[in-house]
Write a protein that binds this ligand. Structure first.
Ligand SMILES: Cc1cc2nc3c(=O)[nH]c(=O)nc-3n(C[C@H](O)[C@H](O)[C@H](O)COP(=O)(O)OP(=O)(O)OC[C@H]3O[C@@H](n4cnc5c(N)ncnc54)[C@H](O)[C@@H]3O)c2cc1C
Length: 436
């Protein structure tokens, strides 16, 4: 292997590391600490030339290529035996406030992009956690806490630059390589190694958001109020999700939440705070809040809507989609994860869909399932039985498949036509299946 490393080092400006080399583990960091990544080699690409050279080298020497950036989406086996290209060093951000677009390097995280856009009162379709990377999120569709207002993040990708399996760096947009452009927006990875993206931005001068925490014992009332929230007349801008959470007894949490089972109602409204508060009022009144953090937020504080964990953790997760949430489904959910269940999952989350998420964008993309009413996402301790038990209990009301970025161990929700079209595009652009 040392000869292979030396050959590759001659071609690459960034670090080339083999297992055991100092820095190797940091290059293959995984947010989920149960994923034990075992790549053959890692290339820390400094620019698109490094990416292209690494792809060509892998093809020549018979490696498959895996890509990592932040490690938030790493899955068991995803990097094993592969030549891994780490794109986290490909950072660049340039905002065009007139065109309301931003050009972003493949290695940037949402926190950095939001920070750069906020001075112009512009907001990208960022995910819940500031530390999530732009590229993996966009390739899988990307569901923002502001998703009902914005649509899926992939709906707002204007162009991507990537190295395809033939080692050529290309720009792909609605006019150039249209099929590939369709696949890259929501079709997941495996079509090329992205080096930069251009995405649309939304004018947001004020953001009203945060979380209302209720006692877990009142979950049934909060769930029903959430389901009935303005029925079909809820404006697209009113974005919400609800999470049953078993919170640890730790000092970084506000005192009233420590060690408690809570229902966290997350809310985001990109507009006038008074109107945002008016729309939230029926949910605030659904039960007796323990803590209410909803208020005017600087755009850069968007992470405070969900308060996702910032650091790595061991986790089992699985996602699904629900076409509706009838009373029977709420009862089943609480049978599996309510206050009386001693070993209930750490997190059971429902995000309300609809609004702009349900509409096909001007340039159609590979996100073919837009008719669901809610996402269901469950995080549990590795090996704990309660997470899978919940999906068995909920089987009557779930689709059995999830959004690409929020499915965990479940399959991707797609249509047979979309799956066939993606397979055809993969055959055209990567016939030897070089890219994972
Ligand atoms: C705490 C947390 C919060 C989250 N919140 C949300 C949310 O609100 N909404 C949502 O939709 N998702 C969310 N996710 C899921 C997240 O969007 C996916 O895990 C996504 O894949 C992460 O992308 P990444 O680039 O950060 O991760 P990485 O692990 O670095 O990459 C994941 C995959 O993306 C692909 N990829 C990454 N970079 C490139 C590249 N340069 N070229 C080609 N392929 C590439 C590869 O297939 C790679 O395996 C969350 C995840 C976590 C851990």
């Amino acid at each position: 292997m040392s000869q292979t490393v030396e050959q590759l080092q001659d071609l690459i400006a960034g670090p080339v590391l083999a297992p055991g080399d100092p820095g190797f583990d940091a290059e293959t960091f995984t947010f989920n600490t149960t994923v034990n990544a075992r790549p053959a080699l890692v290339v820390g690409a400094l620019d698109r030339h490094d990416v292209a050279a690494a792809v060509r080298f892998a093809a020549e020497k018979g490696f498959t290529v895996a890509v990592t950036s932040t490690g938030h989406g790493a899955v068991p086996g995803g990097m094993d035996g592969a030549l891994v290209i780490n794109t986290s060093r490909l950072k660049e951000i340039s905002v065009d406030p007139q065109a309301r677009t931003v050009r972003v390097g493949a290695g940037n995280r949402w926190a950095e992009v939001v920070q750069a856009c906020a001075p112009f009162a512009l907001m990208p379709p960022a995910g819940a956690a500031p530390s999530v990377g732009v590229t993996g999120y966009l390739l899988g569709g990307g569901l923002s806490p502001l998703g009902r207002a914005f649509g899926f993040a992939a709906d707002h990708v204007h162009a991507l630059e990537l190295v395809t399996a033939d080692g050529v760096h290309r720009r792909v947009d609605a006019d150039t390589h249209k099929e590939l452009f369709w696949a890259l927006r929501g079709g997941g990875g495996g079509f090329g190694v992205v080096t930069a993206v251009e995405i649309g931005l939304f004018p947001v001068s004020t953001l009203y958001g945060g979380t209302v925490f209720f006692p877990g014992q009142q979950a049934a009332d909060v769930l029903r109020a959430f389901r009935d929230w303005n029925d079909d007349r809820l404006p697209d801008e009113a974005c919400g999700s609800l999470a049953l959470q078993r919170l640890p007894d730790l000092p970084h949490l506000p005192e009233p939440l420590r060690g408690r089972f809570v229902v966290a109602l997350r809310y985001a409204y990109p507009g006038d705070p008074a109107e945002g508060a008016r729309l939230l009022a029926p949910l605030r009144a659904a039960a007796d809040p323990i803590l209410d953090t909803v208020g005017e937020l600087p755009l850069t504080e968007f992470g405070a809507i969900h308060n996702d964990p910032a650091g790595p953790m061991p986790a089992w997760d699985r996602g699904d989609l629900l076409p509706a949430l009838p009373d029977e489904a709420i009862d089943a959910l609480l049978t599996a994860a309510g206050a009386q269940v001693a070993d209930a999952p750490i997190l059971v989350e429902l995000r309300r869909l609809g609004g702009a998420l349900a509409r096909t964008p001007r340039h159609d993309n590979a996100l073919s399932v837009r008719d669901a009413a809610y996402t269901l996402f469950v995080v549990d301790a590795p090996g704990a039985p309660s997470g899978s038990r919940l999906f068995t209990t909920m089987a009557l009301w779930t689709r059995g498949a999830g959004l690409p970025t929020m499915r965990g161990e479940a399959p991707v929700a797609t249509t047979p036509e979309t799956a066939a079209r993606l397979a055809e595009i993969k055959k055209t652009w990567d016939p030897a299946r070089l890219l994972r």
